[in-house]
Design a binder for this molecule. Sequence first.
Ligand SMILES: [Zn+2]
Length: 344
Amino acid sequence: MEVFPNEQACVEHLARLRWPNGPVCPECGTIGRAYRITNRFKCAYCRSFFSVRKDTIFEESRLPLRKWFVAIFLFMSNRKGVSSHQLAREIGVKQQTAWFMLSRLRHVADNMAVEILRGVVEVDEAYVGGRNKNRHANKKYPNWVDGFQVVVGAVERDGSVVTERVPNRDRAVLQGFINKRVHRGSRVYTDDLPSYRKMKGYTHRKVNHSVGEYVDGDCHTNSIESFWALVKRAHKGIYHLWSHEHFDLYLREFELRWNVRFLPEGDRIDVFLRHVNGTRLSYEDLTNGRRPVLRGRRTGIPQTSKRASKGQTRRGPGTRQSGSVRQFPDRNPEHPTGRAAADP
Ligand SMILES: [Zn+2]
């Protein structure tokens, strides 16, 4: 954290990353015409003042950005995650504050989620959570298999992971997930669960776990299984309880850490800060279950596979430029916060 000695250094750093073409005025949408006065920006066109926190998860927070950056660092670099109690001690805030901070970080993780995988993809499902019979009557969760939540996940070999919670392990459910999240024509490796049989549109191979077979040539599901192992250990050791409402946010958090695992530690804060545009989240919206749907999800993918970090480009139409992450192409290009497009 020596890199960020004071608030001003943090403001400059955040401004550089969220506005690569210069500050964007939230009032008039002018790009690159604002200048910094201490910790605020002033638009040279419409003369309004604005903060670098506007329209991000930092907007309604009074905490210094320095504490936020420490939180982001801990969030991105602890393999099993960081609990709100631990974060509270670490940066000297109340546990409730730390909990809301972590929820907002997970909200950005949602903004960074990967949509489609391709190439060699391992698919496997897992049970996460405690047993319903151990829960108090008014805390039992409906639709859980034996009290566990079924989660299905897919991992690109040496690449990103996507997960989704599902009601059960039926064929329609699991293959529906594959059809939605795995590019047609990819090689899909699974175990021998009957639900994966007769898969159309993919080269499907399976390892026969029931007869003790775990690796057949390059066909194995070890990557997705180590992802689940990580999630389950963290669930037990760090968080103890994932509330039903925020379950998906926890999954996004684990996806994000997995997806940036090949990035050097120093780059992880930066890739995170590039995705904070348009992520404002109020406490009311979070706790009422009205968390806004994020627009960045379809585009913002940190470039993390081993292949990519060696500087080689990927095949196919989904090729992304390494080093830079495209931002919100479906929004008004003149106005990255998208407001001008929404109400002309
Ligand atoms: Zn302006």
